[in-house]
Design a protein around this ligand. Sequence first.
Ligand code: DX5
Ligand code: ZN
Length: 223
Amino acid sequence: MAIRIAPSILNADHTKLQSEIARIAPTSDLLHLDVMDNVFVPNQTFSFDDCRKIIAESPIPVDSHLMIANPDRDAVLFAEMGSRSVTFHLEAASNPSETIKNIASNGSRVAIAIKPGTAFSAVEPYLGEIDMLLVMTVEPGFGGQSFMPEMMPKVELANEWRQANPERDLWIEVDGGISLETIEQAAQAGADTFVAGSAVFKSAEPAEMITRLRLAATNVQRR
Ligand code: DX5
Ligand code: ZN
C-alpha cells in the first residue's frame, strides 16, 4: 500500500505561501488545503479566490479539505478549480450521494471526512461511492491540537472495509496531531494518507520532516 504525506499549509507562513509551498513540494505527495468558513467551524481561512490561486499555482496536486457549511452547493467549485481531491464533511452535507457525483463528474477524487463525534457506521453506506475516507483525529478548526488515539478503531474499521472491497482502492486519511510520535499508530491502524501541519511547518527542516514521516509510516507497513 502506498504511503502519502500531505502537508497542511494552515500553519505555514501565509505572508509567503508560495515559497512555503515550494520548499515542501519536492518531498510531498499532496498539498492539503484547509478551507474554513467560520460557520461549520469557529475559524476562517482561505477565501475561494485564495484557493483558486493556490490550486492553480501549486506544483503538486491539491487535497482540498472543506470545513464549510454548504458542501452540497460549494464542493463542486473546488473540483472545477482543479483540486486533485475534494473532501467534504458528512456532518454538513444534506445529500452526500449527489455531492459525490458532482465532484467526480468534474474530474476530482472524492472524499468524505468525519469528525471525532461521528461514528464509522454513519459513513459506511457511502464508502462504495468515494475514493478516500478522512478520519479526523482532532476536532476540525485549528492546527496544533493533540492527536486523539481513540479515533483509531474507526481507522481499523475502514481498513477492514477496504480489505473486504479491494476493487475500490479506498484511501484512508488521518488529519490532526500527526507527528513522528503519532504517525506509527495511525499507520498501524491502516491509514495510508497523512496530513501534517505543525509537525512539518514548525520543524526547522520541513522537507526533511516529511521524508522522516513517510519513512516512519512505511516501516510500520513492512513489519
Ligand atoms: C484542522 C485541519 C488540519 C490541521 C492539521 O481542522 O483540518 O488539516 O491543519 O494541523 P496539525 O497537523 O497541526 O494538527
Ligand atoms: Zn485538514
